[in-house]
Design a protein. Sequence first.
Length: 469
Amino acid sequence: MSTFDWIIQLVYVAAASCFVLGLHLMNTPATARRGNQLSTGGMVAAIAATLAIIIHAGTISATGWIVMLAGGLIGGGAGLYAARTVQMTAMPQLVSIFNAVGGGAAALVAIHDYINLAGRAAGPAESITITTLLDVLIGAVTFSGSIIAAGKLQGLISAAPVTFPGSRVINMAAAAIAAAASVYLIVTPSVPMLLVVIAAALVFGVTMVLPIGGADMPVVISLLNAFTGTAVAMAGFVIGNWALIIAGALVGASGSILTKLMADAMNRSLRNIMIGGFGTGDSTPAVAGPGGDVRSVAADDAAIQLAYAQKVIIVPGYGLAAAQAQHQVAELAALLEERGAEVSYAIHPVAGRMPGHMNVLLAEANVPYPQLKEMEEINPEFPRADVALVIGANDVTNPAARRPGTAISGMPILDVDQAKSIIVIKRSMGHGYAGIDNELYVNPKTSMLFADAKSALTDLIASVKTLVG
């Protein structure tokens, strides 16, 4: 190995080390920014090393350089613009699109490598490796599945489970065809058969995600993220790039762990994610929920409850993100703390529409991280809470999850109904992403403050300040 090769390998090792350390620093919001910066630095170093290899080899023409640089500038510019302008409510869609791009790019690497090999051999390639096949399969599934997921999140496709006669048969058939074509491809290399593998994988990605209900989309996003990482790792094996292998393996492993945690939090089976029909409720006949009347409250009256409470638990949800009211809720919490109240935030693992959505949102408003309590930690505290303030959270607070036959049956929820008093800030009585009524709203202890989260919190802040004065 030449000195140049040694230097390149050392740069790749350094880049991989940055990825590992960066991931470790992301364990807490206090160091997450440094973790991102360190990981970005590692990726820049890896890209620079790869460009150095290309330049050293001298195999790319001037036209090739123009195409490559133009692609990098356009893609990088589009990614930067999207990341800087995306609303917090659209973050899950953006993550899904990034998953699609990552999986599709990884699959194209393997496809290009195989077709290029076939072309040099003046016929079908002599062999195809397992890693090439896995790259194509996982990357294609990720690409089509992530596009469908983004469409559901954006409202372009129904958030409800989309099924049709024979949908499960098509799902199983697509998986079987992809598997059979892959085996045939290993035994008898053929570019047309590779196209069959690609088509079957793309169909499976669509049929896998379409039947998934909206309430379970956080699990799907996490699963597709794991797929993206795995596809990237396979692409690294295909082209022999160790930095790509390590980066993809880290994303794949962390995404897989997160998917398992999300599935446990939703009380769902990972097997059901893969075969479809996920998030449609169980087969047990539904048990009727409690009836009752909805009781509305004015901001002044809600402020009195909050101002004189000793313990307040804030439950953030998608409505908080939609109104971009994270700074207002942080200001209200600070006011209550000045009056001697103990304030904490109840964070459900799948609040919002992606894992960690609420954590990122509140960190943006500099909410102290120790105040963010996970579901297992905060649930025992609800019976001691004088007021539970629910802001835009719906399905994760719905007691219907404790009954069979609903779209969220069996899903662990925040025990908001155990608090002494409940205030719900919501624009209307509209359904959550699962599409069912929230039985919390008819609880005798619940008062509904109908307003946009930002305006409601602004009114509460003004009223609490008046009481303080």
